[in-house]
Design a protein around this ligand. Structure first.
Ligand code: ADQ
Length: 457
């Protein structure tokens, strides 16, 4: 069995902490343990100057390797090109995407430095699996240093339509870099098609068959692998004593009020202001919900060095303040906005205590919160999921109540319908979604990707 090398911006956690962090870390750790392997990436630390020092932690058959970033590299690579250029652009926010040539150079420099550091630790038979938008040029850097190992890449966020991608001045360099991999994986079929369309329209590339594309003189495999969650584990967690305790405490606080829940990293792609406005519209158009329905939004801050993330927080505090001022009663707060994160167990309990899960990103690669909400429900009396059509998850969870988050009225209607959905309909929808989550869980995602990467051995 070949050794596996995983490369991702952040490494770990492993052991008990991996369980706490959820599906992806567990799935990767399991694969690394099974075959023995390396997990390599950024330590999360920023030093004053660049240092090629690698920190090594051994965990049985699994080795974690991390490097620090210099302040200059952090600004250009992480805050700059990754989070201020690629992240907004790939989520269709051309208006927020800023291009700075120095940031792009920094992005390539960090990829080169990381590739250089990993190089002496690689073995000829390794399978290399690179993750996400931080490391698009990683394989091309390794290839330029003579690496011939099989390398796969998985993009966790959407791949934009060619018309969007070409607004980036260095679009061709990025896509060319992807052709250094043997396999490029996307979350959904539309992402895969967007990539192929780009290759055909912009580079004169050729579709060879269902899974292969040729461009820049190379043929690569291009496939969709929708990421899943650890469904059974999450369902068990939601039924555990710890989660029940959270659920009971939540019900005590609610005093018979019904709760709608949203859980997101605070990010402008998650459609939070639109969501708050749709909830406000629910209270305006269907006054019977006043005093009886609460929206709890859990949204810990992220990427606070980037200004757009500070703006969104201010906007949300403004809207929730207005709605609460306008409709609130001494014994009812319409929107409860919590800016911190919760452990897995507590989160599972909160999902289960909520009659409606409201997941309305404006654009999202997959969205695991939608899947977790479904897995956490009481099988006898499940809640309803309201899901944006622009989340990758909507392609699998088509038994959710699917909405367009830009349609305030439509989301308010969907909420009203979900709050009043009869139990038999909730059960039907839930069984259909849960069946899919059981079949297409995180283990299947990992195994399918690795099987495609291995090819015929
Ligand atoms: P994210 O944009 O971070 O991930 P998501 O898929 O929803 O979005 O995953 C978030 C994870 O963090 C979930 O497991 C969730 O439980 C957890 N989380 C979020 N808010 C939390 C909170 N307040 N407290 C505790 N935990 C919280 C990116 C892409 C997604 C893609 C994933 C995986 O943007 O589209 O689904 O990677 O590929």
């Amino acid at each position: 069995m070949r050794r596996l090398v995983v490369v991702s911006n952040r490494v770990g956690p492993v052991r008990a902490a991996a369980k706490a962090a959820g599906g992806l870390a567990v799935a990767l750790v399991d694969a690394l343990r099974e075959r023995g392997g390396l997990w390599f990436g950024w330590s999360g630390k920023v030093g004053e100057r660049f240092s090629s020092r690698i920190e090594k932690v051994e965990e049985g058959p699994l080795t974690l390797l991390t490097m620090d970033l210099s302040q200059e590299d952090f600004d250009a690579y992480y805050n700059g090109f990754a989070n201020q250029t690629l992240w907004p652009l790939f989520h269709y926010r051309v208006d927020l995407s800023q291009f700075d040539r120095a940031h792009f150079e920094g992005y390539n420099r960090v990829n080169a430095r990381f590739a250089q550091a990993l190089l002496p630790r690689l073995e000829p038979d390794d399978l290399i699996w690179v993750h996400d938008y931080h490391f698009i040029p990683f394989a091309s850097q390794l290839r330029s240093m003579g690496c011939e190992q099989r390398m796969g890449y998985f993009l966790h966020i959407p791949f934009p339509a060619p018309e969007i991608l070409v607004t980036l001045p260095v679009h061709d360099s990025l896509v060319r870099a992807l052709f250094s991999y043997d396999l490029v994986g996307f979350q959904t079929e539309p992402d895969r098609i967007a990539f192929i369309n780009y290759c055909v329209q912009e580079t004169g590339g050729r579709i060879i068959d269902d899974y292969h594309v040729e461009a820049f003189g190379r043929t690569i495999q291009v496939r969709a692998f929708p990421i899943g969650i650890d469904t059974e584990n999450f369902a068990e967690l939601a039924a555990s004593a710890g989660a029940k305790d959270r659920c009971v405490r939540m019900s005590d606080v609610l005093h018979g009020q019904i709760q709608i829940i949203g859980v997101d990293r605070l990010d402008y792609t998650k459609g939070l202001p639109e969501r708050f406005r749709a909830f406000e519209r629910l209270l305006e158009n269907y006054p019977e919900n006043r005093g009886g329905v609460t929206l709890m939004q859990v949204a810990p801050t992220s990427r606070t060095d980037v200004e757009d993330y500070v703006d969104i927080r201010n906007e949300l505090e403004g809207i929730s303040g207005n709605v609460n001022g306008r409709f609130g009663e001494f014994d009812w707060t319409p929107i409860r906005y919590i800016g911190r994160s919760f452990g897995r167990k507590a989160l599972a309990g909160l999902y289960r205590a909520s009659k409606v899960g409201l997941v309305t990103p404006l654009r999202d690669g997959m969205n695991l919160v939608a899947k977790e909400y479904v897995a956490a429900q009481d099988p006898e009396n499940p809640g309803a999921l309201v899901l944006s059509r622009f989340a990758g998850a909507a392609r699998q969870l088509d038994s959710a109540v699917i909405v367009n988050p830009f349609d305030t009225e439509g989301v308010a209607e969907a909420l009203q319908r979900s709050l009043r959905m009869p139990r038999p309909e909730r059960l039907d929808r839930w069984h259909s979604m849960m069946g899919c989550l059981r079949r297409e869980n995180v283990d299947k995602w990992r195994n399918d990707f690795l099987a495609a990467l291995r090819g015929r051995e």
